[in-house]
Write a new protein. Sequence first.
Length: 238
Amino acid sequence: MSSAPRLITLPSRDEAFGRAARELAARIPDELPDDEAREWLEGELRRRYPTAEVREQDELARPEGGELVWYATRRQRFFRIDTSVHVPVSPADAFAIYTGRVVEWQTAVELVPIEVTDRVAGSEYRAVYRFLGRDHAGTFRVVAAEPPRAVTIEAEGSGIRVWYETTFAAIPGGTTVAVRGDYELPDRMLARMADRLGMERAIARDIDRANDAYRLLCEAEAQEWSVEAAMFGKPRPR
């Protein structure tokens, strides 16, 4: 390998999986190139965890010359999150609004800050998620952050676990904010669900509402900056 990767295991609270992944990563043969090394690690992990996946961080999320980052995930009984939204601000502004004002736009979950760090990673919030008529309390954590390219978030409570990576890529006139991740629900909740498709749609609606709130917040900020620039010649913040 060209260099040892930084390994992020999700969900982070799964200590047995994380320990196994790190132990195997330390045994990757030195002569393997990066792609083959990642495949080797995934193959060895699947001997113990048949649904495990090891993927390389999206190139858009990695700064030039930045360290190699792999995500190891134990994939079990959860559904894919794969959505995106286009906002009329730069990646730096989109990242700042996404991470700095998450309490405002995250409508799916009620958040109360516990600790918010300047480096973003390590920030933690108390979280309450109202789902199917019940409140589920837990925590919402920023696991990793690479401003302004990417942020990885994990939430957990009442047996519900959610983890996802959000990337910020420049496009003409703004930024594409893409969210990819997964969630899993406890067996006792799944056992009560007669309409699994309806459940998935309910979760998708929560995600869509949060995306819409974030997009509207970005649009309002862009409009405010445009008005200030027109009236006072004030440069738009970056």
